[in-house]
Write a protein that binds this ligand. Structure first.
Ligand code: DCM
Ligand code: DCM
Ligand code: DCM
Ligand code: ZN
Ligand code: ZN
Length: 273
């Protein structure tokens, strides 16, 4: 996701965490405002292009070598590269935040928390769970008459169009969208189905949990991202019907990511504190 998506996911999570969790992460992140998660949500994107942060580049995605639109799936042994992927990264930073031997310095716990807050978000972007053309970065299309790559359309353009565009600082618009998604989860269009969004969540099986989330995300590559395969959309205007089908997927994935991030942080805080 782009910055707006990650910040929205963080605000959704902030609404669902329990009080103990909020206090634990406000202390760890040294921010006692209500923006304590939102303010670090894009940190992992800002450091990945630095020299020291270069090794974290592969942690934002998993390149599923499936065959959309006829077959979609994420298989850990096939798809997670030796240098890591978003699933192994969640495993690594979850275990570093728990730090069973309590041997790491506080700044490492803080860094682990910032990675977790970001990577739970990224695995909910369908094209962060797909190999084709580097997660769609190599598929050039037009969206509302602008030349863009398909990855950027799914990271940023669709979500920003849903709210009528984002100009200037994304924080206000992200809080507004998050408030709407929280209401949809508590008492609106997601009320019933959100009861099953935490199925299978287990802090002691990070890989199993993350695979459930990544497979659900990856399935949308076959149904909504590339429903006719990659070649059908190269150089084409995606158009209204593509957007009308894609927007609800982007919206529910952002809602799920925020809701699940809150649950993951609750499990972590309960285990550590
Ligand atoms: N980004 C950043 N700093 C950079 C390059 C990109 O903060 N030097 C951010 C802006 C984009 C986001 O990364 O919105 C894209 O990240 P990803 O594609 O990992 O979701
Ligand atoms: N690091 C990491 N995951 C690990 C081990 C280390 O992300 N499993 C990061 C934390 C530090 C850097 O690598 O930023 C160097 O750590 P160390 O020197 O402790 O290996
Ligand atoms: N990306 C991806 N899958 C890949 C390569 C990249 O999902 N195989 C994502 C990470 C960033 C965006 O695409 O969100 C741009 O990546 P980069 O800056 O590495 O080109
Ligand atoms: Zn992306
Ligand atoms: Zn990312």
């Amino acid at each position: 996701w782009g910055g707006f998506g990650h910040i929205t996911i963080a605000y959704v999570a902030s609404s669902f965490v329990n009080d103990q969790t909020a206090t634990y992460f406000q202390t760890l992140l040294r921010n006692d405002s209500s923006d304590y998660l939102a303010n670090v949500a894009t940190w992992a994107d800002n450091i990945r292009y630095t020299k020291w942060g270069h090794f974290t580049g592969p942690f934002h995605f998993i390149d599923a070598k499936d065959d959309p639109p006829s077959s979609c799936d994420v298989i850990m042994e096939r798809d997670c590269k030796s240098e890591g992927c978003v699933i192994s990264a969640l495993q690594n930073y979850t275990s570093r935040l728990i730090d069973a031997g309590r041997s790491l310095p506080a700044w490492e716990h803080e860094q682990a928390a910032k990675f977790i807050i970001h990577f739970v978000g990224d695995m909910h972007q369908p094209l962060h769970t797909e190999d084709v053309a580097k997660g769609g970065n190599g598929i050039h299309v037009k969206f509302d008459n602008k030349f863009l790559n398909l990855h950027h359309v799914w990271d940023t353009s669709i979500l920003e169009k849903i709210v009528g565009g984002v100009r200037g600082s994304p924080y206000g618009a992200a809080q507004q969208l998050a408030d709407q998604l929280v209401a949809d989860i508590r008492s609106g269009k997601y009320q019933t189905e959100s009861k099953s969004w935490l199925d299978g969540i287990k802090l002691d099986d990070v890989e199993g949990t993350a695979l459930i989330w990544a497979r659900e995300s990856n399935a949308y590559v076959c149904t909504h991202v590339l429903p006719q395969g990659p070649k059908a959309i190269v150089g084409q205007e995606l158009g209204d019907s593509y957007y009308d089908d894609a927007a609800p997927v982007v919206e529910i994935q952002v809602a799920r990511a925020g809701f699940r991030l809150a649950a993951w942080l609750d499990l972590l805080a309960a285990k550590i504190a």
